[in-house]
Design a protein around this ligand. Structure first.
Ligand SMILES: [Zn+2]
Length: 415
């Protein structure tokens, strides 16, 4: 096998599990199970086989001279109408790493894991399998989940031989592997590497998120009869807040640790063109790589919303939706990753990840790092998802060097 074989295998998987709209490997469904059968056949050719844990994750192990294990992760599941690289790139790059030790005993143990339900596309809970493996999954927090067809998560899991209440037991079996380092190769899913003309990036961490709904309440009144100065327009207060939040994100963005914010929904009442909006709700999503930045940006957003409310004669109330802390990858592994990328491409740009990944769950319990390959037009979770082949080859080369460096560092007890 080689980087070219990895790419050929990715294309074969895509051909087998996609339709005209893209990849259909939604976790716990029949196409996803078929993707895993396809992988089983590929493993058999290599003299390997997958073993499932209690959370439905599949593990492929090559025992080394020592039990300490370097883990390489990815996921075969996709969103509906998804792409060919998001997930499988990590699994198949890992398989290539195992292949290179065929017929030999590596100095430490190597394992590839195909996490179950990274995407959360069907039940709206991302990182399900990896949170079982990290032990952070609380079964009661997902027990009530139902898909659009009314199928319960617990039943979909049972159909795949997974018992929700036993999923956290996957942590115990992971601990027995003596995990020492976790590596994941993924596509960027954003436009930054492509815009800077780079094939490969070193991922320094994942953004933390603060998500809130802001409800502005003023007074609905006739669009024609109410002079501008006498209005209490809830939409204008929301709009001024959205613009102020963009300024806040600009203010706290630095070259290596950007900050972003999005107002992704807006609704007004009464919602007719002849009435001034008396009520307006917006959903605000703020993300940053530093906890302190996220905290300050949130405080600034509160102040901006209050100011906009006051200026428009309306009130504002905040409702918390969801939050997660920023996550920093292991500095030693980040440096190894940078060295590997530098050797192959001559440049090692460091960037944060906007999306969440299984690597964040694994990073809770062992040193972890990710490497990104560029994404054409920054697109992902769609059938247009792509990476130029030359970029994929360079990135795979760099990733295999990262595996070698990590194996050496673990063998030397440096990690
Ligand atoms: Zn992914």
């Amino acid at each position: 096998m080689s980087a070219r074989d990895v790419i050929a295998n990715l294309r074969a998987l895509a051909a087998r599990t996609s339709d005209a709209h893209g990849a259909q490997r939604v976790a716990w469904g029949s196409v996803w199970r078929d993707a895993r059968r396809w992988l089983d056949d590929l493993l058999a050719e290599e003299g390997l086989r997958a073993e499932s844990d209690a959370a439905g994750n599949n593990w492929i192990t090559v025992p080394g001279a020592r039990p300490e294990t370097v883990i390489i992760g990815g996921h075969l599941d996709s969103v509906p109408n998804g792409g060919w690289l998001d997930g499988p790139l990590g699994v198949l790059a890992g398989l290539e790493a195992l292949h290179r030790f065929k017929g030999t005993t590596p100095p430490v143990t190597l394992a590839v894991v195909d996490f179950a339900d990274e995407e959360g596309a069907r039940f709206s809970r991302s990182l399900l399998g990896s949170s079982g493996a990290s032990g952070s999954l609380v079964p009661d927090s997902v027990r009530g989940l139902v898909d659009r067809q009314g199928v319960r998560l617990v039943d979909a899991l049972a159909e795949n031989g997974v018992d929700l209440d036993r999923m956290p037991e996957a942590r115990g079996s992971l601990d027995r592997r003596h995990p020492r380092a976790y590596l994941e190769l993924h596509i960027e899913q954003g436009p930054v590497l492509e815009a800077t003309g780079r094939s490969t990036g070193v991922v320094i961490g994942a953004y933390g998120v603060e998500r809130h709904v802001l409800r502005f309440v003023g007074q609905a009144a006739h669009s024609g009869s109410t002079p501008i100065a006498m209005r209490r327009d809830a939409f204008l207060a929301a709009a001024e807040t959205a613009l102020a939040c963009r300024e806040i994100a600009r203010r706290y963005s630095t070259p290596d640790a950007g900050m972003v914010c999005t107002v992704g929904t807006v609704s007004v009442e009464p919602g007719i063109v002849t009435a001034i909006p008396g009520v307006c709700e917006i959903a605000l999503d703020q993300r940053a790589l530093e906890s302190e930045t996220l905290r300050t940006a949130l405080a600034d957003a509160h102040e901006a919303a209050s100011r906009a409310a006051m200026a428009n004669g309306v009130t504002v109330q905040w409702r918390h939706l969801w939050r997660i802390d920023p996550f920093r990858f292991d500095p030693r592994l980040v440096d190894l990753c940078a060295a590997a990328v530098q050797e192959v491409t001559g440049h090692a740009p460091r960037l944060p990840s906007g999306p969440l990944h299984d690597a964040v769950e694994m990073g809770r319990i062992m040193p972890a790092v990710m490497m990104f390959a560029s994404s054409t037009n920054g697109l992902s979770h769609c059938k247009e998802e792509d990476t130029p082949e030359a970029d994929l080859e360079a990135t795979l080369d760099a990733f295999l060097r990262l595996v070698d460096k990590t194996v050496a560092a673990v063998a030397a007890n440096q990690i």
